[in-house]
Write a protein that binds this ligand. Sequence first.
Ligand SMILES: [Zn+2]
Length: 307
Amino acid sequence: MFERKLMFAAAVLSCSVSASTAQAALKVMTTTEDLAALTREVGGDKITVESIAKGYQNPHFVEAKPSFILKLHSANLLIVVGRDLEIGWLPPLLQQSRNEKIQPGSAGYLDASLTVKILDIPTGQVTRAMGDVHPYGNPHYWLDPGNGRRIAQAIQAKLAALQPVDAAYFAQRFADFDKRLADAEKRWDASLLPFKGTKIVTYHRSWPNFAERFGLDVMGYVEPKPGIPPSPQHTLDLIAEMKKVKATVILVEPYFDLKTPQSIARETGGKVLVLSPSVGGEKVVTDYIGLFDYDVNLLLAALKGDK
Ligand SMILES: [Zn+2]
């Protein structure tokens, strides 16, 4: 009987040991699924990661669900896109999390925009006049794979600092991701090369980094300004300009109404293309490299159809 009790105690002990080992995995929260995907590439099974926003949501306007307060409370690291992308919904969650470790400026807070290439930085006075949601440069910078690499590297450094015992593991995971990304970039570059300089239209200014990286020319936007819905006059001007320069492809993010883009396409003989601006934007897009595979393939099919 005593022996059985001992065995039971040993079993309980080993359970609690494995439970505490599991709990010891670094708990990472990210604001977007792209950052979560990059964290997963580097962190592997030494971390757990969850994103607050889903890839099919407009990242400027996310519902601040109270359930995230508890998750942020127990997080070791919070990774944000920054440049005010999350200004409308993250601050109250972060404040109510009462977690000192992940507040801006703390060791467990990583602003991914600090080490990447940022476009559209305003030259004049920074203002949110007319509701412009990009006051500190374009926050959709993850849509350049070069920036994805830079983000992953910053994540590697941060994870290593917070969990030095796994530093070599994180470095190895980053090196592996870096190589797979470089191979994929060669593939994307080669397939889009024949379409260099093609003029396209996008709904929101989500794609400047993508366009610059792959040599596309964004000649206009369905939104008059980032975050401002289309107006009749702006739409007419855009149609006239598209006809003039013979632009036909209109990229739209999954969370925008297709009515205006479709009427523009009808007027110009163009086509509307719903691309995924984020991991999770479409069900099949489950990781960072898969995001570009998905978008590049759809874009190629549309551009080839034009030729
Ligand atoms: Zn935006």
